[in-house]
Design a protein around this ligand. Structure first.
Ligand SMILES: CC[C@@H](C(=O)O)C(=O)SCCNC(=O)CCNC(=O)[C@H](O)C(C)(C)COP(=O)(O)OP(=O)(O)OC[C@H]1O[C@@H](n2cnc3c(N)ncnc32)[C@H](O)[C@@H]1OP(=O)(O)O
Ligand SMILES: [Co+2]
Length: 134
């Protein structure tokens, strides 16, 4: 069901500092910051030859990454994003297998303008999974 690795996301406290680290120290191509109030984060994407890295900074009072940064004050790998052909079919299959689909199971439009869903990390080896429709 899952296809390509779309991105790996890293939660950070300071998006400007993290962007500079990737651009200047690691020599990567870093996009402009994109505030996504509906998701409670501001993101940049780092384009690599085979995938992307998403840097996430909290946005607003109820950011879903606030608790993660409280537990990991230096930041850290927050989620992996896999592509699926049909996100509703993927959701239904996961729900019938007993996995917890977050946010009530209704896809939201993600950073790439495509529908996304999140799966509870406790059901997937301690790793938060994002699914993005290809
Ligand atoms: C920009 C849009 C989009 C894109 O297109 O790319 C994005 O990527 S947006 C990214 C941010 N959005 C989300 O993360 C949405 C989904 N997340 C959530 O609903 C919540 O963050 C969560 C996963 C339900 C966690 O909620 P929280 O309140 O922070 O923590 P809990 O106390 O409920 O956590 C329970 C348990 O799970 C562990 N945990 C939490 N987050 C992670 C994580 N990212 N990776 C691994 N484990 C995680 C947490 O530590 C708790 O464990 P215990 O301490 O053992 O109880
Ligand atoms: Co993501």
């Amino acid at each position: 069901m899952i296809g390509r690795l779309n991105h790996i996301a890293i939660a950070v406290r300071d998006l400007g500092a993290a962007s500079r680290l990737y651009r200047e120290t690691l020599g990567a191509e870093v996009s402009a910051p994109q505030p996504l109030p509906e998701h409670g984060v501001t993101v940049v994407f780092i384009t690599l030859p085979n995938t992307k890295v998403e840097l996430l900074e909290p946005l607003g009072e109820t950011s879903p990454i606030a608790g993660f940064l409280d537990k990991n004050p230096d930041g850290g790998i927050h989620h992996v994003c896999y592509e699926v052909e049909d996100i509703l079919a993927a959701r239904d299959r996961l729900v019938s297998s007993g996995a917890r689909v977050l946010g009530g199971g209704e896809p939201k439009i993600g950073a790439h303008g495509k529908p996304v869903l999140f799966l509870h990390p406790k059901d997937f080896n301690g790793t938060l999974i994002e699914l993005e429709q290809a």
